[in-house]
Design a binder for this molecule. Sequence first.
Ligand code: F6P
Length: 546
Amino acid sequence: MSNKREHIPVHQRPEWSALKSQCNGLGDLHMRDLFADDPARFEKFSIAIPGALLDYSKHKITGAVMNDLIALARACDVEGARERMFNGEIINVSEKRAVLHTALRRPADEEVYVDGEDVVPFVHKTLFRMRDFSNDVRSGAWTGFTGKPIKTIINIGIGGSDLGPRMVCKALKSFEIRQSQACGQTIDIDVRFVSNIDGDAIHERLQSCDPEATLFIVASKSFMTQETMANAETAKAWLVDALPDEEAVKHHFVALSTNEEAVRQFGISPDNMFAFKDWVGGRYSVWSSIGLPICCAVGFDAYQDFLTGAHAMDHHFQSAPLDKNMPVIMALLGIWNRNFLNYPALAILPYSHDLRDFPVYMQQLDMESNGKGVDRYGRTLEVKSGPVVFGEAGTNAQHTFMQLLHQSAEIVPTDFIMAARPNHPYQDHHTQLLANALAQSQALMEGQDNKDAPHRHFPGNRPSSCLILDTLDAYHLGMLLALYEHKVFVQGVIWGINSFDQWGVELGKTHAGTLIERFENTQKTDTLDSSTAGLMAYLQEKFINS
Ligand code: F6P
């Protein structure tokens, strides 16, 4: 049930006005002075929980600002909204759905009800199937049509049906190698991902595969996404051409979806389908059967640890007081930076090669969730919502865009993410990596005056957070993802938006459908704007008609 307090637009709340006054009162205050004035600033503005530390002392905040931000969170009923999400209420109002990715990481003895039905047994039944299937694939018990064990898995999906598993598989690779070396067992399965409709993507993947030893995982919540279905059809044709028998599909294709009918129509039997429910949003689906490629790549035990780590973060989010609550604090800092200090972007810099795909994962999580222009009641938002998110693995970022972050007039708050312990044996590399991360955060905050050579002047006063995980294993990776999910959720609650729909992607999809037909039928383009018509004519001349 929605709460009356939610209906007040955030900019009309007294807590919002109080924060505006706080912001005006800060004037040209420099963070250097805040640190000089208070030797305990780090202790005051950091949170340590088992497995992770968040230092947010290098933000342009004072104790009074933080108090007012917490008051804003309370006024917006973040605590009530949080419980409504965890309890399975219909909080995705435009799609009339509960939002229950958190149920996917609940232990088997807990209960969560949707429409009067406890969904946890379904979740664990699916997990058992994922365990058995991935064990069979990894052990060689699951064989292709001609009896060969599987050597290559190609996950075909896009957006949430690609980015989560792709990122997690990469992130846990070093961890998995270290684990398997320790127990003297190496599993030789290559898990690859195809998302783009560009034929080069699937062509490149298929070229180097042995059809007899390749398994395709078609991942799509809707099983209707144009890019995914086109790639899946191409893969099916390639397979049936190579092992000339339709029967081969049974041995080489599995589906991860909510749409059994479409899966069947594609030619995959429900026995080879791992279902999930519509209360799992695409960008929140890595915890559902969409995680199957992860189980195949790094083993089911690691996937289970990943869920357990996320559940630990859920518990922290649900139980810690707001001022000691990591996702809440991160969300509030984002609101402060976006709405009061007017910083339009957020850089996410994992100082971890294994987390190099984390920024793009975060782009979908944050921008598809909170890149909205109306609130949950359909009113135009009077405040800015989600920032532009971008990032790159450190230290590569230092050699690409950090110049702008240090000296441009545009200020970009930055999240530095580190793991205290590495998964590799090169300690000196890790020392250098960590030193670089801390140095960037320090330099952004302190800056350096240089009156003689303006090009060497660093203004500083640029905010950043440092998030340190104990190590990058499956458990801590689960914590990390759940932390950012909840951060995005809290921001959505404060802005009053529905973070769980994505209507903004629809118009382009519809236009693409129409233009595909026009390209294929070389129809007249006279009803199109002159730019689109001109471009189509040019392309038809250069390619389609050539
Ligand atoms: O980008 C739009 C979107 O609907 C995402 O939200 C989703 O993750 C992606 O497309 C893929 O959708 P599906 O899993 O249904 O193929």
